[in-house]
Design a protein around this ligand. Structure first.
Ligand code: PGA
Length: 256
């Protein structure tokens, strides 16, 4: 059984003190043990947030929003997997569409990052998804299929622990959500691709989340789809109440 996940991607939001305040207000989320609640703050808030979560919400996990693939060296402005590993965090988001679009990250680079994450025992949350133009050209599967080719180069065993987030780019930060049936259909298709690219076991184990304008009002419908293992949430994860509410709703899902 795949444990549902609610991951809050703060993007470039929240200072250290704001992150600490958030942690102090979400104790509730950490009592919800049927769901894995994860926060993805900016690098600067990672360590202080880790300390604050230990105190206030110890079950809430932490991840970074990106990283470079080399362990160290002359790469001004980058953060290495070694640095994240030492901090004792569990997850790292890789290939988010904002990284692909604004910072021109390629599938090849994202593949190197995923491999580096495995080497350093970090669990990648790999984002895939099509843009509006691609969707209108009926290229959703073609685009995601290209993005998933990197799976051919991953070691088989750690791949099973990873997380994929299907985030249609047109749904991110726009208030437009894919319908739950649409999201479930693409996610089921992604699972079949993993089966073909890796194996049956990986396809069964890998959690596949939906992301794009998820909020407390639409999460129940999305989570009602058996195929959807959780959500990656941007805007609606910035308020403690709303984050806690989404974790609570996701926790009801497996009871049905
Ligand atoms: P959003 O962002 O929930 O604000 O649409 C989702 C994401 O980019 O992960």
């Amino acid at each position: 059984m795949r444990k549902p996940m609610v991951a809050g991607n703060w993007k470039m939001n929240k200072t250290v003190s704001e992150a600490r305040e958030f942690a102090a207000e979400i104790g509730e989320a950490s009592r919800q043990t049927e769901v894995e609640a994860v926060l993805l703050p900016p690098y600067t808030a990672l360590y202080p947030l880790k300390e604050a979560l230990l105190e206030h919400a110890p079950n809430v996990k932490l991840g970074a929003q990106n990283m470079y693939w080399e362990e160290k060296g002359a790469y001004t402005g980058e953060i290495s997997p070694l640095m994240l590993q030492e901090m004792g965090i569990q997850y790292v988001v890789l290939g988010h569409s904002e990284r692909r679009a604004y910072f021109h990250e390629t599938d090849e680079e994202i593949g190197k990052k995923v491999n580096a994450a495995f080497t350093h025992h970090l669990t990648p949350i790999l984002c895939v998804g099509e843009t509006l133009e691609e969707r209108e050209r009926n290229e959703t599967e073609k685009v995601i299929s290209r993005q998933l080719q990197i799976f051919l180069n991953f070691p088989k065993e750690p791949v099973e622990s990873m997380v994929i987030a299907y985030e249609p780019v047109w749904a991110i930060g726009t208030g437009k959500t894919a319908t739950s049936e649409e999201a479930a259909r693409v996610i089921a298709w992604i699972r079949r691709q993993i089966q073909a690219l890796v194996n049956e076991r990986a396809a069964e184990k890998i959690r596949i989340l939906y992301g794009g304008s998820v909020n407390p009002g639409n999460i129940a419908e999305l989570m009602a789809e058996e195929e959807i293992d959780g959500v990656l949430v941007g805007g609606a994860s910035l308020k403690p109440d709303s984050f806690v509410e989404m974790v609570r709703i996701a926790g009801r899902r497996r009871g049905k």
